[in-house]
Write a protein of this length. Structure first.
Length: 99
């Protein structure tokens, strides 16, 4: 299932994580393990925020995905199932068939 994960890092702890390398290490370990199809880095509500789009096989992967960000960066983590355009097209066609 395609997921979007939003990771928001508190400013003060994020400053420490950058200077000590935790932020960079945490992001790169995630990228190397889960190979997101895209990664974006923004500010949201005044916090450093990353958004990753990736595939997951099973809900049992969620702890290994989220816990490093919770533990290493004191981050807020939100995981949301998402669709691309083709997923939406097929889903809507199937919904119309089952009306």
């Amino acid at each position: 299932m395609r997921m979007m994960m939003k990771v928001s890092i508190p400013v003060e702890y994020g400053n420490k994580c950058i200077t000590e390398g935790y932020l960079q290490q945490s992001v790169m370990k995630f990228v190397e393990k889960f190979h997101p199809e895209s990664s974006y880095f923004i500010t949201e509500n005044g916090e450093r925020t990353a958004m990753f789009y990736f595939e997951t096989k099973d809900a049992s992967e969620i702890p290994s995905i989220a816990e490093p960000f919770f533990m290493n960066l004191h981050a807020k983590v939100n995981l949301t199932p998402v669709m691309n355009l083709e997923d939406m097209r097929v889903g809507v066609e199937n919904a119309l068939k089952n009306k």
